[in-house]
Design a protein around this ligand. Structure first.
Ligand code: UD1
Ligand code: UDP
Length: 392
């Protein structure tokens, strides 16, 4: 049988963190799969940090990132670049992840070339077109375009059911749990831990487009109030390189002795620092998935989330961006030991770290190859109207 040509396409840091383990797994199956990697480089430095950690060398790099880029600019460059690559390479399957503009454009351009699309982390929804913006629309559209849907959890599966998707669905777990196998170290130290010197650490991350400006200002004000009030507290803020966020972060926190602004950590640093956090305040999608595995209580500074699993296990609280509410929730977790303890339990709603293996086996299954490891699949069964291949 001819090898299946799988082209994995991504552009940003979170896609890279969760697709690199899949790429490494595709490469292990090179008897059946010809794996190609294309980055749009919608992100540059943050993307390169991850590629280096996983030692993934892209075959194609569209290098589209510009400072303060607009979604329209990214769209033009990505569609043009991918069209040329698809015409030369003619992949059998394009593999994408999540909900970025790269994810949607790669899926749509593949569809226009009659190339099958596999969507990793399918089925996440808020059902609110404006929040997160534009990610909710991207992921719904990719749901329409995809031929294979790799859903991380049963909740995500139910969302596809609501959209009457019934074919090509595989419940795999989330590949974030695969990434830990490459990143976690037994012993770890970092200069920021020496700087923190045993004080309680809050890790802050903020980048959502719909919160730029006013909402982030409110959160930053709350953070400043709380740090000024609790002397044994420090904040470490790896600042997203978006100039809008950088400017605001420096305007608010620059001279503060107990708030440290740093460049984004690479993913090895970040995963190994997380266990040292007392609390996380974030609007990141990926960080919401990671926090429960590290038992770190997390306040999500958003109005809604497409990742309710950590809220359901009690590890995350959705607190919005309103200053007093953010302040009150941090205050509560600093002063109410019972509440803190409840949120710092270990939970792992995202699976057992075998999602990448299952995704690759699903691809082989879809293209008619014998599945090498049938024990990682349960037999297909119906859930509602959907025929789902369930995994152990
Ligand atoms: C993008 C994704 C978002 C994802 C986020 C992860 C879209 C619409 N948004 O948002 O879903 O949650 O990535 O971080 O796809 N920049 C750099 N270096 C980098 C990366 C970004 O300088 O490595 C700066 C550039 O000035 C760039 C700006 O950040 O113009 C914004 O980047 P962009 O990819 O447009 O948006 P994000 O907010 O990162
Ligand atoms: N992350 C990182 N360094 C940091 C902060 C986060 O490597 O300083 C990683 C983290 O492990 C997570 C990913 O970035 O997997 C999340 O990316 P981001 O918050 O940019 O995007 P989102 O997940 O919101 O789309």
């Amino acid at each position: 049988m001819k090898k299946i040509k799988v082209m994995t396409i991504f552009g940003t840091r979170p896609e890279a963190v969760k697709l690199c383990p899949v790429i490494l797994e595709l490469e292990k199956n090179q008897d059946y799969i010809d794996s190609k990697v294309c980055v749009t480089a919608q992100h540059r430095d943050m993307l390169d940090q991850v590629l280096e950690v996983f030692r993934v060398n892209p075959d194609y790099d569209l290098d589209v990132m510009k400072e303060r880029q607009t979604l329209n600019e990214i769209t033009m460059s990505v569609v043009r670049g991918l069209t040329e690559i698809f015409e030369n390479e003619k992949p059998d399957l394009v593999l994408v992840h999540g909900d970025t503009i790269t994810t949607f454009l790669a899926s749509y351009t593949a569809f226009l070339h009659q190339i099958k699309v596999g969507h990793v982390e399918a089925g996440l929804r808020t059902f609110n077109k404006q929040s997160p913006y534009p990610e909710e629309v991207n992921r719904q559209l990719v749901g329409v375009l995809a031929d294979l849907h790799f859903v991380p959890t049963e909740w995500a599966l139910e969302n596809l059911g609501k959209e009457n998707r019934t074919e090509g669905i595989y419940l795999t777990g989330n590949t974030v749990a695969c990434a830990y196998q490459y990143t976690l170290k037994e012993k770890y130290n970092h200069p920021v831990l020496e700087w923190a010197d045993g004080r309680k650490i809050i890790f802050l991350t903020a980048h959502r487009r719909e919160s730029l400006g006013r909402q982030h200002s409110q959160v930053f004000r709350a953070i400043k109030r709380i740090v000024d009030e609790f002397e044994d507290l420090v904040v470490i803020f790896p600042v997203h390189p978006n100039p809008v966020i950088k400017e605001l972060a420096f305007e608010f926190f620059n001279e503060h002795l107990r708030i440290k602004l740093v460049e984004p950590f690479d993913v090895i640093q970040w995963h190994n620092l997380l266990p040292h956090a007392h609390l996380i305040v974030t609007d990141s999608g990926g960080v919401q998935e990671e926090a429960p595995s590290f038992k770190v209580p997390t306040l999500v500074i958003r109005e809604n989330t497409e990742r309710p699993e950590g809220v359901m296990t009690g590890n995350l609280r959705l607190v919005g961006t309103e200053e007093d509410n953010v302040y009150a929730n941090i205050y509560d977790l600093l002063t109410n030991q019972e509440a803190y303890k409840k949120m710092s339990k270990l939970a792992n709603p995202y699976g057992d770290g075998k999602a990448s293996e299952r995704i690759v086996q699903s691809i082989l299954h879809f293209f008619g190859y014998r599945v090498d490891k049938p024990n990682i699949f349960k037999s297909p069964k119906m859930i509602g109207d959907a025929k789902v291949t369930l995994l152990v």
